[in-house]
Ligand binder design. Sequence first.
Ligand code: FMN
Ligand code: SF4
Ligand code: SF4
Length: 286
Amino acid sequence: MKHLILVYSLHGSTLKTAEKIAQGIREGGSSVDIFKITSGELPSLKPYDVILFGMPVYYFAVPIVMEKFIATLPRLHEKRVYAFFTYGTYHFQASDHLRRILRKKDAEVEGWFYSRGADFYYHYNTRGILPSAGHPDERELSDATEFGRNIAKRTNLADYPMKSTPPKVMYRAEMLLTNKFMVTTIFQHLFHLDRKKCIRCGLCVKSCPTQNIERDANRYPMWDSKCTMCLKCEGCCPVEAITSVAGWKFLSPIVDANVKAILKDKNIDTQRIVYHHGKMQDNVKK
Ligand SMILES: Cc1cc2nc3c(=O)[nH]c(=O)nc-3n(C[C@H](O)[C@H](O)[C@H](O)COP(=O)(O)O)c2cc1C
Ligand code: SF4
Ligand code: SF4
């Protein structure tokens, strides 16, 4: 059996998880390749019997970049399909979202795996917190390897059901505000660049996972329309010259309320951090 893992990972947690799942698949006696979906041209899916989709949860949903990627795939009706998520706080109904997206390709997910992953959401980090710091931890990574072994051997698959919980009321408005329609039609066109601050270093251009930022004739960044709202550009700028919609003042009370809820939640390992000028303090465990 040939396995292919299709993964999107910006800060490394999902990729780490993918590598452990791949290790398990090999230990189970099968072959596996990993393809990062933002890394170039996808190889043909024909030789593969099993496809795994791995991604972080973004805005309680499948990241737009993964949704768009899946839309480009052929029908998957002859493949066995598995999925895994990493998430920093709450995944709510992200799995239902992925299931709907994959059903458009005639694919049914046979097993689901979830792990926490350090949450580098810029507007949490600048408020001094890193949710799920230190995740995925050793136990989660060893569970990922076991998931891979079970996929290869087709054993214990009932141990990997889909997990889905309705969002708490306070998150519903946020989900409406951050859905794909809002991002692709409105928010991605509203990045603000403070030209007085910008030193034209190009870091934001290099950091964008979807190559959505180019330079204008004067070498200032300009945004195109392939944004996945990861906020990496905003977060990496050494002079804080970029403001996305998520940084607008009217949204502050929502983010503040999220931070309060995260700090209260004993199930989330949250580390206090200091983040500014595109960087976190050195002593922070990723
Ligand atoms: C833009 C953005 C949005 C996020 N939204 C959510 C979310 O809605 N729920 C959640 O649990 N985690 C959320 N996270 C946290 C990531 O899902 C989590 O940290 C994940 O492990 C990151 O994976 P990566 O390191 O492979 O990029 C978000 C992170 C970013 C950067
Ligand atoms: S990272 Fe900041 S300073 Fe550098 S080019 Fe981008 S906006 Fe300008
Ligand atoms: S433009 Fe910025 S927020 Fe959008 S995908 Fe690129 S780095 Fe992420």
